[in-house]
Design a protein around this ligand. Sequence first.
Ligand code: NDP
Length: 248
Amino acid sequence: MQSFEGKVAVVTGGGRGIGGAIARAFADRGARVAVVSRSESSCGATAEAINADHPEAAKAYAVDVADHEAVQALGKQVIEDFGGVNVLVNNAGVTRDGLLMRMKEEDWMTVLDTNLKGAFNTVKAFMRPLMKAEDPRIVNIASVIGLIGNAGQANYAASKAGLIGFTKSVARELAGKKVTCNAIAPGFITTDMTDVLPEKVREDVLAKIPLGDFGTVDDIADAVVYLSGPQGRYITGQVLAVDGGMTM
Ligand code: NDP
């Protein structure tokens, strides 16, 4: 098991689903974790559950990642609370699905502002402390939809494809400081985000997964941990699809 003893991880969207599992995975390996989500109740619940097993390992921050000023303030607060940061995981994300014909401007903006601008905001907030940290890592949670597109998800696909381009540019800009930046492209992972999809959609997706199963939040957390530890030191600017073979 990779140890994150003495390290600090910031996980956005850490209140539920994939982000909750990522926050927990870091804490189980010795890290202290800043759990960020939109609502106090969800990041608070994750932090409380982590602290029950690892006293004072986690702190909750209710911040909208789309709000530039609020995220810069978050950066200052986390550094004040933890003294530094080693790993930033941009996982907060939303969907507002609909065919382009019916998609409202608001649906486009909400998804782009959260999924793409959110990552810009956090990287801006944490890049300086990361550049001074030991084993500094950024992991962006993209999606297979950012690689292959999807009818009804033009906003989401654009945000995730943008996040991949952002990942590669950040990787190039920060390589001189040994900060790695990679993206993970999850396939279909069982969470609140996918639970709302109709049974027919789920069946259709399942038929396209060579390994014949949906992914779990721990499948993604394990990949994040791998890229974030010392073993990930020579991997940067990559997109790792964790998708049961969906996009091979
Ligand atoms: P969930 O909907 O289960 O959880 C999303 C998390 O993001 C919540 O904690 C939510 O906060 C937080 N969040 C949403 N908007 C904001 C915001 N503006 N500011 C701060 N936090 C916010 O999603 P998943 O766990 O399923 O997805 C996590 C990531 O993985 C997303 O980026 C998603 O696009 C990506 N992904 C998921 C896949 C899947 O199959 N599930 C597949 C491919 C990619 P709160 O709890 O307060 O509402």
